[in-house]
Ligand binder design. Structure first.
Ligand SMILES: *Cc1c(COP(=O)(O)O)cnc(C)c1O
Length: 409
């Protein structure tokens, strides 16, 4: 059966719920037992029931079963946010004295968690450049985790997932892959060798910018351990969020088709615009990781970055951004509405980190929504009119010039 049919029909327990077409929202913190014997049977593991929502709830379970099916894994654990999934997955994998190997293009808060909380708990992290293919000199005797994200955050670097997962497996090192960008529809990291897959379900899976959600998938004992850790950490999803996520999931295949089409249309248009230096979209043949991406992915979502030619002044950048009418200035992505954010505007350490993966002050990240792409292109065209480029500076400005350019931000 095709995925879009399975999303709608598989694991539905309609008859047990009075025929209700949608799994009802079980707004209950606990589930009572009909008898002392039923309680004792449950405790002894002789029956399967729900006990307490932090440990499980029928609405959340319905979502977890669908995601496990989509990722091709034994089980899925839903969490209160993508960060809840990432932190539970990391904490279930490493402990004091262990070493983690992490790609430099990972999601920023993942890195903060490692550098702050995990470092404080005695876990050391090394970052490697996303173009690094051979990690043999990075692994140590105490390396227990290889953390990957492909395409990477902001720069969209494509990692060779099968090759990297193989290098970890040979050494008994567990791999976690953040698969939020591609969704389980366009990339299946377990098939490519990953042990644990994490998602920010907040993005495309929910799809309507109305909830925060995390998902973890894994197989066998590893999945059981992940559930224990997630329950102890207490990052439980609410049943109402699970209901909304199931609602989003039903239209994921058709939304992704449209996101893909719209995203590519805008990316191709931007690529030929005289004020655009480059477009970082894995689906463009000009993108350095494009061929590799084609080998391990079956489609493109609609979040990407682009770089404008060097600007005259910071005011030009403000004019461009404030001139956009259909793109809201906002973080997050994967919803029905188009969004844009400028990159590199916070502090020197973020600036240094992003320049290591090839990003600078002239880069912007956009999330293309479900609007008509002609309208989005017309909006970008009129806003770019307001952005004056400097025709003689084809090279990026020097770091000192750049500092003065960004004072406004
Ligand atoms: C947003 C995001 C996360 C975090 O998810 P939340 O649901 O916001 O906690 C993790 N990974 C990537 C790639 C993201 O973009």
């Amino acid at each position: 059966m095709h995925t879009s049919t399975r999303i709608i029909h598989e694991n539905e327990q309609r008859l047990e719920q009075h025929g209700a077409i949608n799994p009802p929202i079980y707004h209950a913190s606990l589930f009572a037992f009909p008898s002392m014997q039923a309680f004792l049977d449950f405790r002894a593991g002789r029956s399967e029931r729900f006990l307490y929502t932090r440990e499980g709830n029928p609405t959340i379970r319905a979502l977890e079963e669908k995601i496990a099916m989509l990722e091709g894994a034994d089980d899925c654990i839903a969490t209160a946010s993508g960060m809840g999934a990432i932190t539970a997955a990391i904490m279930a994998t490493v402990r004091a004295g262990d070493h983690a190997l992490v790609v430099d293009s990972c999601y920023g808060p993942t890195r903060e968690f490692l550098d702050d909380l995990m470092a404080g708990l005695g876990v050391e992290t090394t970052y490697f450049h996303p173009e690094q293919r051979d990690l043999s000199s990075y692994f140590r005797d105490n390396t227990r985790l290889l953390y990957l994200e492909s395409p990477g955050s902001l720069s969209f670097h494509i990692l060779d997932l099968p090759a990297l997962c193989r290098q970890a497996r040979e050494r008994g090192v567990a791999t976690i892959v953040d698969n939020s960008w591609a969704t389980p529809l366009y990339q299946q990291p377990h098939d490519l060798g990953a042990d644990i897959v994490v998602h920010s379900g907040t993005k495309y899976i929910a799809g309507h910018s109305d909830l925060v959600l995390g998902l973890i998938t894994a197989n066998g004992e590893r999945a059981e351990r992940l559930r224990e850790v997630a329950i102890l950490l207490g990052a439980t999803l609410g049943p109402a969020e699970a209901f909304l996520a199931l609602r989003g999931l039903r239209t994921l295949p058709i939304r992704m088709e449209k996101h893909q089409k719209n995203g590519l249309a805008v990316a191709h248009w931007l690529e030929q615009h005289p004020k655009v230096r480059r477009v970082m979209h894995p689906g463009l043949p000009s993108f350095p990781g494009h061929q590799l991406a084609r080998q391990q992915m079956s489609g493109w979502s609609s979040l990407f970055s682009f770089e404008l030619l060097p600007p005259g002044t910071p005011e030009q950048r403000h004019r461009f951004m404030d001139g956009l009418k259909l793109f809201s200035i906002g973080v997050s992505w994967g919803g029905y509405e188009s969004l844009i954010i400028p990159l590199l505007y916070e502090n020197e350490s973020k600036r240094a980190r992003l320049s290591r993966i090839g990003l600078n002050d002239d880069c912007y990240r956009i999330s293309i929504g479900l609007e008509n792409p002609d309208d989005l292109i017309a909006d970008l065209a009129q806003a770019l009119e307001r952005y004056e480029t400097c025709n003689h500076c084809q090279e990026p400005p020097s770091p000192t010039q750049r500092d003065s350019l960004t004072q406004l931000e």
